[in-house]
Design a protein around this ligand. Structure first.
Ligand code: PHE
Length: 498
């Protein structure tokens, strides 16, 4: 219908100068006409030129006043001839109508706002605002001054209207033949296939994009020619360095393994529910190795192995509390305990990469859950020099050759060092991890021999991934706000901070 109208009009006329007018004159929906124009111009039946017009439309507030009258009018109408108390008036009106209406009605000198009574100052008033709004709605031309007043009251807003002017195109014909695109069973049954004209095949058409699974950046990175995932790349590095993966398949952990075994005192702020998610069901752990628990209690309360301990009363109930593990060092503590149980000590190199949870205020660099990468070496006679050497080796394999270390504090390591790397792209030192040598207060109660040392380090998986993919808000990377197109379209990145 509408298509015929357009083609028919152009047969006798040079141009449709305004699609809006054309649609209005014929009672055609403009959106529908726009679709037809686009299609016809795609077939080059017509040439369409964009036309744009600024026009004013009512805001939501403007629409309510256009229907129910301006607030000042509503206030005026709510005042009976003898007057009304302010409270009574307020009760009769919607709060925002009351507020705006009173101030406008006063400004217009329509009402007298006395201390006791609100009264009308004039008998009759005209609701100019409502009239103007209705005229704007009808598309009438309006005095710019009046428009400005409505705009300042945020009752109208500008909107760009888009339409077309249309002329004949190179393939113009007064009627467009509709080609069949499919040969259907019905065509065959009816026999009308003999008369149909079929659309030609377009062999160079692009075809539908293939939809499929996409790897998340945390799982993806290109290492030279091969496509390897970021965490896979970390895993490869650990494996190449002879590390074994620790089992990390328990998000729920007891406070004991997460904190107490790590010589973290029970009053430590990290053990507060502001920092840690505690479980309600089941709220406590069922079993712990009792003799080891006794040794942990002892070392917290009164020390041993050359330490004075913390000198407080250690509570079993606190250790029993279940939580979502706050670091993968909880896994390390379980594994080291197992090593301590061996008859003959065997040195080990362990690593893990998995999720941890912290009850943190979420912002652009923090989430309540993230991933940690952790490595440790357990052997006799290790020193801080070994830790620095292993870290240099590890990070060099990631392409980070300039490292700096800064003394730090962890309850379970002494000494402790924060790890910084010089980022050539950002031209600055960025913190990339935390490290240290586990304290004897942690290792000895596990049963590890006196000369066994453990060097360890931890970093988040998100940080290097954010730097790599140029993501500056962690919520763009992980969590429910992730833009799925990022996951579909992001490039392969080579891990290596150059
Ligand atoms: N557990 C520490 C953290 O969560 C990282 C760490 C691991 C530090 C091992 C020292 C040794 O930040």
């Amino acid at each position: 219908m509408a298509e015929e109208a357009v083609l028919g009009f152009l047969e006798k006329n040079e141009e449709i100068s305004d699609s809006g007018q054309f649609a209005a004159d014929r009672g055609i929906d403009h959106q529908e006409l726009t679709n037809i124009i686009k299609r016809l111009s795609g077939f080059r039946f017509v040439d369409a030129q964009d036309i744009k017009r600024e026009r004013w439309v009512l805001t939501e507030e403007g629409k309510t006043y256009a229907a129910a009258g301006s607030p000042e009018m509503q206030v005026f109408n709510a005042i009976p001839p003898p007057g009304i108390s302010l409270e009574e008036l307020q009760r009769k009106l919607d709060p925002s109508v009351f507020k705006i209406g009173c101030s406008q009605a006063k400004k217009n000198q329509w009402v007298e706002m006395g201390k006791q009574l609100v009264t009308r100052k004039v008998d009759n008033v005209e609701d100019k605002v409502k009239d103007l709004l209705n005229r704007v709605q009808d598309g009438e031309a309006i005095d710019p001054k009046e428009l400005d007043a409505l705009k300042r009251r945020k009752l109208i807003a500008p909107q760009t209207w888009k339409g077309y002017s249309i002329r004949k195109g190179p393939n113009y014909a007064p009627k467009r033949k509709i080609f069949a695109t499919d040969l259907t069973r019905d065509n065959l049954l009816r026999g009308d296939w003999k008369d149909l004209e079929f659309k030609e095949y377009n062999f160079s058409a692009k075809g539908q994009p293939i939809e499929g699974g996409h790897l998340h950046p945390l799982l993806k990175a290109g290492l030279c020619e091969a496509e390897i995932v970021v965490r896979q790349q970390f895993k490869m590095i650990f494996l190449q360095m002879g590390f074994e993966e620790m089992p990390t398949n328990n998000f729920v952990e007891s406070s004991f393994w997460n904190f107490d075994a790590l010589f973290q005192p029970q009053q430590h702020p990290a053990r507060d529910s502001h920092d840690t998610f505690f479980l309600q069901v089941p709220s406590t752990t069922k079993t712990l190795p009792e003799d080891y628990v006794e040794r942990v209690k002892g070392v917290h309360e009164s020390g041993g192995y050359g330490s004075r301990g913390y000198g407080y009363e250690w509570k079993r109930e606190e250790a029993n509390k279940n939580l979502l593990r706050t670091h993968t060092t909880a896994v390390s503590s379980r594994m080291l305990y197992l090593l301590g149980q061996q008859k003959n000590f065997t040195p080990k190199k362990y690593f893990s990469i998995d999720r941890v949870f912290r009850n943190e205020a979420v912002d652009r660099t923090h989430l309540a859950e993230f991933h940690q990468i952790e490595g440790l070496v357990c052997d006799r006679g290790l020193s801080l020099g070994d830790l620095i050497g292993v870290l240099n080796n590890f990070f060099l394999r990631l392409g980070m050759s300039k490292l700096k270390f800064k003394p730090a504090y962890n309850p379970y390591t002494e000494p402790s060092m924060e790890i910084f790397s010089y980022h050539e792209g950002l031209k600055k030192w960025v913190e990339i991890g935390n490290s240290g040598m586990f304290r004897p207060e942690m290792l000895r109660p596990m049963g590890l021999p006196e000369d066994v040392r453990v060097i360890a380090w931890g970093l988040s998986l998100e940080r290097p991934t954010m730097i790599l993919y140029g993501v500056d808000n962690i919520r763009d990377l992980f969590g429910h706000k992730v833009d799925l197109s990022l996951i579909k379209k992001n490039p392969l990145c080579r891990l290596g901070m150059e």
